[in-house]
Design a protein around this ligand. Structure first.
Ligand code: ADP
Ligand code: MG
Length: 647
């Protein structure tokens, strides 16, 4: 401190000094969160220290960055560090840093509200889950600071923003309110004083503190010191950036800890990609593939969270162009020696070097995924469960990587059960004469495997891939083929299944066995009658080789929009053309045969017209569509049943 305050007050007693304190209320979400912190969390309380150290480290990173253009900000105290001290008599634990600090408005905003969007998601998980994983997830939701209230009955923050004259004193007991008042004595950075609850005084034990720091914060790239009365400051961590250490010297624990820190995710990463690139330009990347989905994976912003450093100075976590959207699940850091330090974050994004680094990273990540897919197919399946839907975005966004991504892509299919199938595996199992990759778009939850259009394929032992992710509707039209084989939707166009022999032609219900008693011309008459009855409601009515058990199904005409895609668009309130569909009927089904006989014997009748409408409605129901006129459907069905039952 260069300017002594007029009144000689210690910071703790400053609140009793003359400066008046203003009282604020916490944002409602924060209050809810604090209630949970205070009342429900009982496991893994240790993590509060990790979160406070992480904040201190972030604050030092910010100052280091700001000082590139304004070196005077660190004047007089440029050795950035974190110090921890315990006072047994006062039962306080203090975490202090000499980083960027906060001014009045930042204090109100940062320690009174929750800026990031994850609050609701977090509160939900906290309420539903068990305390253990929950507490661990705190950092991910941008609420780490509040974890101090797991152990403290009162928290004080003394802070001065770098470059400012005055400092501030924030204080709260975590129950709805906090107060702020000016505090001339606050030093640059932030000093967080936790008044521990009696039951938590264990945290004052230096052994305990050492243990927590080495468990969670060893990788922090600035010194963390422990101050004990009458002793020299003891540095608790290695204090060098983990990614600058030789690959072979980094232990698994250190990786896990660093991953927990940068990804805000518990446990161990699914895979680690550590790259030192040298040559025309130099960079280091330490990246992790998480083993679970981050909560904001499907945010429309599709923002990645890989941190960019330049010569070890943290620049930003939001560097557009560093990692493409389809790899946004990656976590970690990229440190580049050749990017200019003294440019704004905005101009950095247009630096041509960035694009080169990005494409180098994508290649490395994809080749790592390829290796894993080959060597550890089961582990890869877990990865695919988590991130397959995101990775597939790359197929239509990045034509450069399309082939690689298609090779990595996995699908469920008619025959695969729970197993994931690659396109190569699918192609290898194709019977002679099959020249297309058949797929069905639909909803996994809505029972895609029960779709009537599958019946003919099942009977002929031909596999069909299930496209159940919304993203499939975007890449399929762009990726028209794989390895020379075109993709063919089985609900679109004609099925051309007749060229394959059915596995069980003796089965009377099979489409191929059509005509046992019904001649083709009788069936044609029925089709003509249905077409006439439905008129403009359908695009066409055809005999089908797709069906074995169901009497009817709907398909899209060649060149029309896929039916599932149209439904998806409707669900998302997108404008839809509303294509008419083709009604296909199963010539081998007992019902259609009976109807054909009836047409042949008696010609058109009202009963047959009702039947035509009922068949069409039935096909719509099988598609999971809602009927445009349920009343008419009900009337016709009731009429028909009455007739049958009273006959
Ligand atoms: P997060 O760190 O994910 O943003 P936290 O709840 O841990 O969420 O912290 C909220 C905000 O409070 C931080 O983003 C930062 O702006 C501010 N903050 C917390 N601790 C410090 C500190 N030691 N120095 C400066 N600012 C801090
Ligand atoms: Mg934090």
């Amino acid at each position: 401190m260069d300017e002594a305050p007029v009144e000689e007050t210690t910071p703790e007693s400053a609140k009793t000094a003359s400066a008046k304190a203003e009282t604020h209320e916490f944002q409602a979400e924060v209050s809810k969160l604090l209630d949970l912190m205070i009342n429900s969390l009982y496991k893994e309380k240790d993590i509060f220290l990790r979160e406070l150290i992480a904040n201190a480290s972030d604050a030092c990173d910010k100052l280091r960055y700001a000082a590139i253009t304004e070196p005077e900000l660190t004047a007089g105290d440029s050795d950035l560090k974190v110090t921890i001290s315990a006072d047994k008599d006062a039962r306080t634990l203090t975490v202090q840093d000499n980083g960027i600090g906060m001014n009045h408005d930042e204090l109100v905003a940062n320690l009174g509200t929750i800026a990031r969007s994850g609050t609701e998601a977090f509160l939900k998980i906290m309420k539903e889950g068990d305390g253990e994983t929950d507490a661990n997830l705190i950092g991910q939701f941008g609420v780490g600071f509040y974890s101090a209230f797991m152990v403290a009955s009162k928290v004080e923050v003394f802070t001065r923003r770098a470059g400012d004259e005055t400092g501030w004193h924030w204080e709260s007991k975590g129950r709805g309110k906090f107060s702020i008042q000016e505090d001339a004595s606050a030093e640059r950075g932030a000093r967080i004083v936790l008044h521990l609850r009696k039951a938590e005084e264990d945290f004052l034990d230096p052994m305990r503190i050492r243990h927590i720091v080495s468990t969670y914060s060893d990788h922090i790239a600035l010194p963390i010191q422990l101050l004990e009365d009458g002793k020299e400051a003891e540095t608790l961590n290695e204090g060098s950036a983990l990614w600058t250490r030789p690959v072979s010297e980094i232990t698994e624990e250190q990786h896990n800890e660093f991953y927990n820190h940068v990804a805000h995710l518990p446990g161990a990463p699914w895979a680690t990609v550590h790259v030192h690139a040298e040559g025309r330009f130099e960079y280091t990347a330490l990246l992790y593939v998480p083993d679970m989905r981050p909560f904001d994976l499907f945010d429309p912003a599709r923002q990645h969270r890989v941190r960019l450093y330049v010569k070890r100075v943290f620049i930003t976590e939001e560097c557009e162009g560093l990692v493409p959207g389809f790899l946004r699940f990656m976590r970690g850091i990229v440190d580049c020696a050749d990017l200019p330090l003294n440019v704004s974050r905005e101009t950095l994004q247009h630096n041509p070097l960035l694009a080169k680094i990005s494409s180098g990273l994508v290649k490395r990540i994809l080749s790592e995924l390829e290796k894993k897919a080959k060597k550890e197919p089961e582990a890869f399946a877990e990865f695919w469960d988590n991130f397959g839907a995101v990775l597939k975005e790359g197929i239509y966004e990045e034509s450069d990587h399309r082939d690689k991504l298609m090779k990595l892509a996995r699908f469920h299919s008619l025959t695969s059960g729970e197993k994931w199938l690659s396109l190569d595996e699918y192609a290898a199992a194709m019977p002679e004469g099959q020249d297309a990759i058949y797929y069905l778009s639909g909803d996994a939850e809505a029972g895609i495997d029960k779709s009537p259009q599958l019946e003919g394929f099942k009977a002929r032992g031909i596999d069909v891939l299930f496209m159940t992710d919304p993203v499939d509707q975007f890449w399929l039209p762009t990726a028209t083929e794989y390895d020379g084989k075109p993709f063919r939707s089985i609900t679109q166009g004609s099925a051309d299944l007749d060229k394959f022999e059915a596995a069980k032609p003796e089965d009377g219900a099979d489409g191929c066995a059509a005509g046992a008693q019904t001649s083709e011309s009788d069936m044609d008459k029925l089709i003509a009658l249905i077409k006439l009855t439905l008129g403009e409601e359908v695009k066409d009515v055809r005999s089908s080789s797709r069906l074995t058990e169901s009497p009817v199904c709907l398909v899209a005409d060649e060149g029309d929009v896929d039916m599932h895609f149209e439904r998806l668009l409707r669900q998302h309130q997108q404008p839809v053309m509303g294509h008419k569909r083709v009604l296909e009927i199963n010539p081998g089904h007992a019902l259609t045969r009976a109807l054909a006989d009836l047409v042949n014997r008696e010609g058109a009748s009202e009963a047959l017209e009702d039947a035509a409408h009922l068949l069409f409605d039935q096909a719509r129901i099988l598609e999971g569509e809602t009927l445009p006129d349920p009343a008419a459907f009900s009337r016709r069905l009731a009429g028909l049943l009455t007739k049958t039952l009273s006959a």
